[in-house]
Ligand binder design. Structure first.
Ligand code: NAD
Length: 476
């Protein structure tokens, strides 16, 4: 395998003007599988100029044209999905099943925004005098700079691309240099659905250099980032200094509260799926398992069985239930979190280390009796570790759930509607699952509160983040 990933600038796929490249590694075996072009300053300026011309053309297209385009793009993505799913496994490590679901989800996102484009209604304002007509119309905010990460290379990008294109914006995407292959192919497929040159651009390179340059440019009117809270704050500050709109989908540290009246087997089964999906590298992955005292020991034994059923391996192998982590940083981070927790009194129930051999694997891990001051209860783990602690009262569980600065996803399992209702109202979180993990579909809002960010990438609100409102007062 020898992928060569160029940049997309002004409708042309081209190498970097500096002829520089970055290596792409398969996390399952640490082999090099190709290279990606590293954009130079001149390439970024060309991408910006193209985004400006692309915006001038795209904002004039009718919503029906945009909707038709997105629908066609969704169909083409379905047609080429298997090829892109394989690329995802090669470069990111996830299981083929997970990659296929990421691709079918991408088509659904395109279809959702094809519909939303048509619902971009304005509103009439009752005027104070009969000779006036007053109304609000929505307009695309302008060229967008989007920065997307490596955990769901296509899914994280399509939410931004589809919303921007539906609204009439042009967009430059900076994907992750570690997982550039499937996204580049995806964008090529989107182009084939008939976009004018410059409407969609793709660049890779040094993340900090690219974001600084694009955010400062007067061409760009909106920034959308998915990634860590620390980088999100940095980019938000840069955007604030240049008075740019932002959408920030940042980290989380999801509490999973299991009450003593929960259906334990069902709760653990759902939490297992949500925990080990994508090897735990998901911002909504449950990471603080809080179990009420009477069920605590049984819950740990049950989750141990679940974790031990997650056979690690190459995402292409049928027997594999969990692939490697996406990069060696995550393996080192997992080991450091486990070691710290153990040093502070936690117990490794299963896993807790990387297996011997090639690949960035880390065993599905269950930690019991994790003290509140352990790093894993204070830093987003973003990996396959379930850290357990017990609680006595609902108030105590709630206090722990809301203790951290994040507020993206939270899960509560209880047999009582009243308790579920109370937790749902009191938890500081953008997404709450009550006896449920069903979240992340295009028709649902997706976004956090507090340090988890700002704006929603799904549901009926999502388009608004790519639009500005114009109030018109007209004498008739
Ligand atoms: P990181 O913070 O260095 O990078 C996170 C992402 O941001 C990467 O895709 C990276 O390319 C990008 N990035 C970094 N600096 C940037 C900059 N100045 N401008 C633009 N983009 C920039 O960390 P990492 O080691 O890649 O990932 C680890 C942490 O990132 C995890 O702990 C997790 O919290 C977070 N993360 C979150 C998501 C998410 O879905 N919210 C996805 C990936 C990573």
């Amino acid at each position: 395998m020898n992928y060569q990933v160029p940049l997309l600038i002004d409708g042309q796929w081209r190498d970097s003007s500096s002829q520089e490249w970055l290596d792409i590694i398969n996390p399952a075996d640490e082999t090099s599988i190709g290279r990606v072009a590293k954009a130079s300053r001149a390439d970024l300026d060309a991408a910006l100029a193209a985004a400006q011309t692309g915006f001038a053309a795209w904002r004039k297209t009718s919503v029906m044209e945009r909707s038709t385009y997105l629908r066609k793009a969704a169909a083409l993505v379905r047609e080429h999905a298997e090829e892109m799913a394989l690329m995802l496994v090669h470069e990111q490590g996830k299981r083929l099943t997970e990659a296929r679901i990421e691709l079918s989800g991408a088509s659904e996102v395109l279809e959702w925004f094809a519909e939303e484009a048509r619902r971009c209604y304005g509103s009439m304002i009752p005027p104070r005098s009969p000779e006036l007509r007053q109304y609000v119309q929505h307009e695309p905010v302008g060229p967008v700079a989007a920065f997307t990460p490596w955990n769901f290379p296509i899914n994280q990008a399509v939410r931004k691309i589809a919303a921007a294109l539906a609204a009439g914006c042009s967009i430059i995407v900076k994907g992750s240099e570690e997982t550039p292959v499937a996204l580049a192919r995806f964008i090529q497929v989107l182009e084939q659905a008939g976009l004018p040159a410059g409407v969609l651009g793709l660049v890779y390179g040094v993340p900090g250099d690219i974001s600084e340059h694009l955010i400062a440019s007067p061409v760009v009117r909106k920034i959308s980032f998915t990634g860590s809270t620390s980088v999100g704050k940095l980019l938000s500050a840069q955007a604030g200094a240049a008075m740019k709109r932002v959408s920030m989908e940042l980290g989380g540290h999801a509490p999973a509260i299991v009450c003593d009246d929960a259906d334990l087997a069902r709760s653990l089964k759902l939490l297992g799926v949500q925990k080990f999906w994508n090897a735990g590298q998901a911002c909504i992955s449950p990471s603080r398992f809080l179990v009420q005292a009477p069920l605590y020991d049984e819950a740990i034994a049950g989750f141990q069985r679940i974790a031990e059923g997650y056979v690690m391996g190459n995402g292409l192998d049928k027997a594999t239930r969990m692939g490697p982590l996406a990069n060696p940083r995550r393996v080192a981070a997992m080991q450091a979190l486990v070691d710290d927790a153990v040093a502070k009194g936690a117990r490794v129930v299963t896993g807790g280390k990387a297996p011997d051999g090639k690949g960035y694997f880390f065993a599905p891990t269950v930690l019991a009796d994790v003290p509140q001051d352990a790093r894993i209860f204070n830093e987003e783990p973003f990996g396959p570790i379930a850290a357990f602690a017990r609680f006595d009262s609902d108030a105590q569980a709630l206090q722990e759930a809301n203790r951290l600065p994040w507020g993206l996803a939270a899960y509560v399992f209880t047999g009582s509607a009243t308790r579920g209702e109370w937790f749902k109202n009191e938890i500081e979180s953008g997404l709450v699952g009550i006896n449920s993990i069903a979240m992340g579909y295009p028709e649902q809002p997706f976004g956090g509160v507090k340090d988890s960010g700002y704006a929603s990438e799904g549901g009926a609100d999502a388009l608004a983040f790519y639009l500005s409102s114009k109030f018109v007062s007209q004498t008739i």
